[in-house]
Write a protein of this length. Structure first.
Ligand code: NDP
Length: 292
């Protein structure tokens, strides 16, 4: 196995597959389309939306960005989502988070039709994932799974340690790798800010997945030499040497890379795959629609 696990290679392979799937759908007069709902001007959400739009053009998927003002009321956002739920030409709905504090995210998420919930946020999809049923898997855990498949990383019987238990990354990822199926069957440990003796746990991992949002937190002392490291973290820090901002992961890449069997870089790792897995969920939604 290569020492550096490239997310870009994984994304390109998925994109090639998506292009074929879009052609098949078009032959059945289905033009896959996604509505992105964004409230206000949160820079990370804007950046993500622009990336999705750029990537969607390569795959020939229609993306409509609905940018509502910062002070939009909850009911209006829900009304707009319900309109998209009923629109036969809209297959996927993505709600950009976080929302302003006057809007209850849980309530808005509940208003998304689960069959269009391409971010896998709706409790219906989260529950199906837990039960091992076919569902929309949130795009970051799905990106990790795609990387595991691409590099044929053995998860069966492997000791997987996940750092972070968020609803969007850590928890769904733990459920995915626990499933009784191919690229599952792992023994999963999920760690969080209350975990004791963290170093002992991370050191025992065959596969260590970091998703905590703490720049370069995982040091070479926390890993073993046979480990595969998957770094989900994306952190913007100021680089004193170059006097500019740069992105780093949750793993101290330069020092850990030397020690372990394989590692994903940041940038160029999991982050490069997530827009593509989101689009693969849009295709899945459009396919579901076309055979209904
Ligand atoms: P959250 O802030 O929602 O969750 C962070 C998790 O890390 C929490 O469970 C928290 O524990 C845990 N944690 C925090 N500090 C420690 C610590 N010192 N030791 C152990 N666990 C700790 O983050 P997200 O899941 O949303 O994101 C995690 C990272 O992944 C971020 O860097 C984010 O930018 C990145 N990300 C990358 C994506 C991609 O496409 N590549 C997409 C989404 C996120 P507790 O629950 O106890 O608070």
């Amino acid at each position: 196995m290569e020492n550096i696990l490239s997310g870009k290679k994984v994304a390109q392979k998925i994109l090639n597959r998506l292009k074929l799937e879009v052609t098949n759908l078009k032959n059945r007069n289905v033009l896959p389309s996604l509505n992105i709902f964004m409230v206000g001007k949160e820079p990370a959400s804007e950046y993500y939306s622009q990336n999705i739009i750029k990537k969607s053009k390569k795959a020939d998927i229609i993306v409509n960005l609905i940018n509502l003002s910062e002070d939009v009321i909850e009911e209006e956002l829900i009304t707009q989502i319900e309109k998209a739920n009923l629109d036969k030409d809209v297959h996927g709905i993505l709600l950009q988070l976080p929302l302003p504090i006057h809007i209850r995210a849980d309530k808005v998420i509940m208003s998304i039709n689960p069959n269009k919930d391409v971010d896998g946020l709706h409790p219906f999809n989260a529950g199906k994932l837990l039960l091992g049923k076919d569902s929309f898997i949130p795009c970051t855990p799905l990106a990790v799974l795609e990387l595991i498949k691409f590099y044929e990383i053995k998860t069966d019987g492997a000791k997987v340690v996940i750092l972070g238990r968020s609803n969007i990354v850590g928890k769904p990822l733990a459920n995915l790798l626990l499933q009784k199926k191919m690229y599952g069957n792992a023994t999963v440990t999920v760690c969080h800010s209350h975990t004791n003796e963290l170093k002992e746990i991370t050191k025992s991992a065959d596969i260590l997945i970091a998703a905590i949002g703490k720049p370069e937190f995982v040091s070479e002392k926390m890993v073993n030499s046979d480990a595969i490291i998957i770094d989900v973290g994306i952190n913007k820090i100021f680089d004193e040497n170059c006097e500019r901002y740069k992105f780093v992961g949750d793993v101290d890449y330069e020092n850990v890379r030397e020690k372990v069997k394989a590692i994903t870089p940041v940038p160029g790792g999991i982050g490069s795959i997530t827009t593509t897995t989101l689009l693969s969920n849009v295709i899945k939604a459009a396919t579901f629609f076309s055979i209904k």
